[in-house]
Design a protein around this ligand. Structure first.
Ligand code: HEC
Length: 172
C-alpha cells in the first residue's frame, strides 16, 4: 500500500470516529422497533400519571402537590437532553439532597432496563414535531446528526408547542 493510500485511509477512519453521526446514541427516533417497545412500556408504566396521549393526567386533582407534567408537544420536555429524562425516569422525583419525594414520580431503575427506558424516551420524542426534536437534539452532546428525519411522528397534530424564552428560564 502506498503512503498516499494509507494516508487517505487513515483520515477516513479518523473522520468516521470523530464524526457525531457515528456515535452510538441509545435513543433513535427513526427506529420503529425501539419506539414500539417504548410505547408499550409507556402505556403500562407512565400513562396513568402522564396521560394516555402524554397530555398530562386526566384528573390533576388525583395528585398531590406534584402534578405529572405533560410530555407532549405542549410540555417542556424538549428543554432537557435525553440524559436528564433518563435520570428522572431511573431515579424518580428527588429533593435537593437526592432523597425520594413521596408524592412524586417513582424510580424505575429496578423495574425497567436501561434499554427500555431509552426506548420510552424515543417513543415520547417521536411524537414531538420535528422542530422540537431538533431543538432537543442540540442538548444531546455529539448527537445532532440524528435530528429531524422522523417520519413516524404525528407531525403537526400537536399544535401549540411552547417555545422557550430562555433556555434556563424554567425552574425545577
Ligand atoms: C405516580 C405518577 C408518575 C408515574 C407513574 C410516572 N411519572 Fe413521570 N413524573 C411524575 C411527576 C409528579 C413528575 C414531576 C417531577 C417532580 O415533580 O419531581 C414527573 C416528571 C417526569 C419527567 C420530566 C418531565 C419534564 O418536563 O421535565 C419525565 C420525562 C417523566 N416524568 C417521564 C416518565 C416516564 C417515562 C414514566 C414511565 C416509565 C413516568 N414518568 C411515570 C409522575 C409520574
Amino acid at each position: 500500500m502506498s503512503n498516499k493510500v494509507k494516508q487517505v485511509l487513515l483520515s477516513a477512519i479518523f473522520v468516521a470516529v470523530a464524526s457525531p453521526s457515528f456515535a452510538n446514541h441509545p435513543v433513535d427516533i427513526n427506529d420503529k422497533a425501539q419506539i414500539a417497545i417504548g410505547k408499550s412500556i409507556y402505556q403500562e408504566n407512565c400513562a396513568a400519571c402522564h396521560g394516555v396521549d402524554r397530555q398530562g393526567p386526566e384528573n390533576p386533582k388525583d395528585f398531590g402537590k406534584r402534578k405529572p407534567p405533560r410530555l407532549d408537544a405542549k410540555g417542556h420536555g424538549f428543554h432537557h437532553g435525553d440524559q436528564i429524562h433518563f435520570d428522572q425516569i431511573t431515579k424518580g422525583s428527588r429533593n435537593k439532597s437526592g432523597k425520594p419525594i413521596d408524592d412524586g414520580m417513582p424510580p424505575f431503575r429496578d423495574s425497567l432496563s436501561d434499554k427500555e427506558i431509552w426506548a420510552t424516551i424515543a417513543f415520547i420524542k417521536s411524537h414531538w414535531p420535528m422542530k422540537m426534536q431538533m431543538m432537543q437534539d442540540k442538548m444531546n452532546p455529539g448527537h445532532a446528526a440524528s435530528q429531524g428525519s422522523n417520519h413516524n411522528s404525528e407531525m403537526g397534530s400537536e399544535k401549540g408547542m411552547m417555545m422557550p424564552k430562555k433556555q434556563k428560564s424554567h425552574g425545577h
